[in-house]
Design a protein around this ligand. Structure first.
Ligand SMILES: Nc1ncnc2c1ncn2[C@@H]1O[C@H](COP(=O)(O)OP(=O)(O)O)[C@@H](O)[C@H]1O
Ligand SMILES: [Mg+2]
Length: 426
């Protein structure tokens, strides 16, 4: 049942109104402005207040002003009940925020229908407010979910590019591991031969020395000792180089992912570029020539693993854009006092005007499933923006494409002097 607070300094008026309302509403009564304020702020909260204008000590206008100043009572609609018939006081009441006016003497039907209208309006408003609150919560949750999904997408792009590369990397590692293994087997056989020669030298036999020497020499000849001596050294040298290659690949993979050091730091971009190019080598080594035009680069304040991710995207895109054979050129240099530039150019098929428009859109890809996710450049641009840098593209159909990154040496200097760079989210 809805609650109505009736405020009037005249006991007869209170009684009349109370009797009129009681069949439909729960009625609370106040005989002064002070009482009214106390009751309005306590439970059960009124859904409507019928307020007498002319009261001693505190008149209705003042009560309304105070109700509206209080967070707890501000939304309760107030209907003035007044004997006054002048329009000025109505005007003033409405300006203060009164919901309506009922004039004394009270005519039951008119008063009740006006009261009902106010109560209904309030109920509708409350339900709207609750719905709006609910929608706001839903929207907030939606935004949060969207952000989560976006983070997952970026992460999966990373995984996809690592997945694509892993076959090539496995091959790069398998190759030396394969020949080191076969060299070890050959070395084992050579050792057997060597042991049998040594055993022959040391064998107890009654034969004269010359005869034994001849026997040993015969054995050495049969076992091709001279060739064995040379080949053992070759096999060892080759195996050493194979192991070194594996070590280098592992070091590059570490350099690429920058395992262990993922935050903002001062770093040399050439190191990251070299690691990344080595890791990506399998994507271009068969059909592209790699040209490095490295200039002078100061260390820059960055998140190296993320920039490596950008280099990787650009290099793999360049390699995939080259059909037949072509060239990938990586150029670096300083621009002005506080920026550096890295550009990755290819002599590939170029990008169409539509492609240029949509390049950085999430999921825009012209590649078959498994080869492209369409997130590489989206992610790259995000990382570059996080570094307060720029990524630009120049492309000519059939001729090739150049992606140029411009990065500030210290992004912090570009923001407010003492704010940290934005946190690394990816
Ligand atoms: N160097 C490039 N040459 C030609 N087209 C490119 C090059 N880089 C990117 N593109 C085009 O932009 C699209 C989006 O690239 P990207 O965001 O890295 O996604 P993905 O490589 O997974 O397709 C590619 O599918 C390709 O059509
Ligand atoms: Mg890509």
């Amino acid at each position: 049942m809805k609650v109505i607070l009736v405020v009037d300094d005249d006991a007869t008026n209170l009684r009349t109104l109370g009797e009129l309302l009681r069949p439909e509403y729960r009625v609370r009564l106040a005989s002064s402005g002070e009482d009214a304020l106390r009751i309005a702020g306590s439970d059960p909260r009124p859904d409507l207040i019928l307020l007498d204008v002319m009261m001693p000590v505190m008149d209705g206008y003042e009560v309304l002003r105070r109700l509206q100043a209080d967070e707890a009572t501000r939304t309760i609609p107030v209907v003035f009940v007044t004997a006054l018939h002048d329009e000025d006081s109505e005007q003033r009441g409405f300006e203060l925020g009164a919901a309506d006016f009922i004039h004394k003497p009270i005519r039951a039907a008119v008063a009740l229908s006006r009261i009902r209208a106010q109560i209904d309006a309030r109920t509708a408003r409350e339900s709207l407010r609750r719905k709006a609150q609910h929608m706001a919560r839903v929207a907030e949750q939606g935004a949060e979910q969207l952000e989560n999904t976006r983070q997952q997408l970026l992460q999966s792009e990373k995984m996809a590019s690592i997945g694509q590369l892993s076959a090539g990397i496995a091959h790069e590692i398998n190759n030396p591991v394969g020949f080191v293994a076969s060299n070890l087997a050959a070395l084992g056989r050579y050792l057997d031969d060597l042991f049998s020669i040594i055993d022959a030298c040391a064998a107890e036999s009654g034969a004269p020395a010359e005869q034994r020497l001849a026997e040993v020499r015969g054995l050495m000849q049969r076992l091709e000792y001279d060739y064995l001596k040379e080949d053992v050294l070759d096999l060892l040298a080759e195996s050493k180089e194979g192991v070194e290659r594996v070590r280098q690949i592992v070091a590059d993979m570490k350099g690429f992912s920058h395992a262990g050091a993922s935050g903002w730091q001062w770093a040399d971009l050439h190191g990251g570029l070299d690691s990344t190019l080595n890791i990506a080598r399998s994507t271009f080594k068969h059909h592209c020539t790699l040209v490095k035009r490295y200039g002078e680069l100061p260390q820059i304040h960055c998140i190296p693993s993320q920039l490596n991710q950008v280099f990787m995207n650009l290099v793999v895109n360049a390699a995939q854009a080259i059909e037949g054979s072509g060239e990938i050129t990586v150029t670096t240099g300083r621009v002005g006092d506080d920026s550096v530039q890295v550009s990755i150019a290819d002599t590939g098929k170029g990008i169409s005007p539509e492609g240029l428009r949509r390049l950085f859109e999430p999921f825009y890809t012209t590649k078959p499933v498994g080869e492209g996710t369409g997130l590489g450049l989206t992610l790259s641009r995000e990382i570059v923006q996080r570094h307060r840098g720029q990524i630009e593209v120049n492309s000519e159909l059939g001729k090739g494409t150049v992606f140029t990154l411009t990065l500030p040496i210290d992004p912090v200097l570009d923001i407010d002097a003492d704010t940290e760079p934005p946190a690394a989210a990816v």
